[in-house]
Design a binder for this molecule. Structure first.
Ligand code: CO
Length: 478
């Protein structure tokens, strides 16, 4: 039986986040949005925490305005976004009322599919956001069946507790919590092709037939195309690719080769390669512009096999090396790499993704450099042991916990249960500062307070006819 494979193109989000520090501007997207809408993608990824931040911080753009512009042109193709569970678009836990409001506004401004994940794979950290996605998504879905979709993502990682059973059980949990799609999110390109085959087979067998399985990987270590192909042969429904000018390397595997590979097979994407040519030509120019302004370093296109060798994500490895360099202990890399699994075991085997990868990595460096384990600990390590990020998959090492926490209390409940409602309070702050123009401003302010305030200041100056360049001085360092 023919099984059409669907594609989400990441060209408007992860592709330029991975290659060019998220610096693509709305005006660089505009010329081809109508053409992108005609391709026949499952969705186009166009929004997330980093695009939100960068819009205001570096590009003088209102991220909400960008979203509305995208939606105006993408009439048929749903816009997909990435949400960090209870951390929303930022880096702290938000109260449930803010989670509800943000999800409502995302759908209202044009999002069709929300991919939501938690770094620790703690389902409790997705409870509030998935509930809100169902609430507002169902309304939208009733008027447009391609929109209002809840996609729960599993942070893929490797390690002794991360068995097939662990991933399948988690997928079933998310499905029972109301996910339409399940995503395997392999942000570090740790997933290997034959493992991808087994994992997809097992998940497809365990999930409901109507639940779509979506795979997200990168091509950092050079295995991305093979991972996608093996997943497709095992029955995955949707894979992520990026148009070739911003594809491969640290970004997603390129779109065109996969479309060509599947053409005429039982997995045909139905996408016409000819339609992609002029769009790719446009993004080739954009990539050149980004390279010229210094946002894109051509090195990101190369294959980096370090992850395959050291079993830690690329970003984490370069962090370790930087920290050792600063401490003048570059010769200690092998010791630190040997310490990483020990620290990870002590704190209950968190997935090695942001932020736990940085927390574990930094602690491993400290343990080695200080010559005594946990003599020095960061606040983040303490919070991880205290349960403030959520539940880790395995029990933590009690002896180490005692040394790290020094009597600080541990929580076992959902971290956001400790938070008071905050939307009205933040709204009052934005109004008092004189920046309020829309409810969305409160959400921008909640996500990145200083960045948003600087942006509001600039916006106010622009709207009042003050010289924009003057208004920018001292506000934007870039
Ligand atoms: Co990614």
């Amino acid at each position: 039986m023919a099984k059409k494979v669907m594609i989400m193109d990441t060209i408007l989000r992860d592709a330029h986040q991975s290659h060019a520090a998220t610096r693509m501007r709305t005006e660089q997207m505009l010329p081809v949005l109508d053409a992108l809408d005609e391709v026949g993608y499952y969705s186009l990824e166009g929004w997330g925490g980093a695009t939100f931040d960068t819009c205001m911080r570096f590009l003088n753009e209102d991220p909400w305005e960008r979203l509305r512009t995208l939606r105006k042109h993408l009439k048929k193709t749903p816009i997909q976004m990435l949400l960090r569970g209870q951390n929303l678009l930022g880096y702290r836990n938000y109260a449930d009322d803010l989670v509800d409001k943000l999800v409502e506004k995302c759908f209202e401004n044009g999002i069709g599919v929300i991919r939501v994940f938690d770094a620790l794979n703690d389902p409790r950290n997705l409870e509030a956001s998935m509930k809100a996605i169902r609430k507002y998504g169902d309304e939208l879905h009733a008027t447009d069946p391609t929109r209002g979709i809840c996609e729960a993502a599993i942070s893929y990682t490797s390690g002794p507790v991360y068995t097939m059973e662990y991933f399948v059980n988690l997928a079933k949990t998310y499905e029972s919590m109301g996910a339409d799609n399940i995503c395997i999110k392999d942000m570090a390109n740790l997933l290997l092709p034959f493992d991808a085959y087994e994992l997809v087979k097992a998940m497809k067998a365990a999930l409901r037939p109507e639940t779509k399985l979506h795979l997200h990987t990168h091509n950092t270590t050079g295995t991305g195309d093979m991972v996608n192909l093996m997943a497709i042969m095992a029955g995955v429904d949707i894979v992520d690719t990026a148009l070739s000018p911003l594809g491969n390397g640290t970004s997603q595997p390129a779109t065109e080769p996969l479309v060509a590979t599947l053409k005429g097979t039982e997995y045909d994407t139905g996408i016409d390669l000819e339609k992609l040519i002029p769009i790719a030509a446009h993004f080739k120019k954009v990539a050149a512009e980004l390279e010229k302004e210094g946002s894109l370093n051509p090195k990101v296109r190369q294959v980096d096999v370090n992850t395959l060798i050291y079993q830690v994500p690329g970003g984490m490895l370069s962090n370790l090396m930087n920290q050792l360099k600063k401490a003048g202990k570059e010769d200690k890399l092998q010791e630190v790499l040997a310490e990483v699994p020990n620290v990870r075991r002590d704190c209950g085997y968190p997935p090695l993704v942001t932020p736990s990868s940085q927390i574990v990595g930094t602690q491993a460096v400290m343990n080695v450099v200080m010559g005594e384990r946990y003599k020095m600990v960061t606040k983040e390590t303490r919070d991880l042991f205290a349960g403030k990020y959520g539940r880790v998959p395995m029990p933590i090492n009690e002896e180490v916990a005692e040394k790290v926490l020094k009597g600080e209390p541990r929580i076992t409940h959902r971290p956001a249960d400790d938070l008071e409602p905050e939307y009205e309070k933040l709204k009052a702050e934005v109004i008092a500062k004189g920046y309020y123009t829309q409810e969305e401003d409160v959400l921008s302010y909640a996500s990145f307070p200083e960045v948003a305030e600087n942006f509001f200041k600039w916006r106010k100056a622009r709207d009042k006819g003050v010289d924009v360049d003057q208004a920018k001085t001292g506000v934007y360092p870039v």
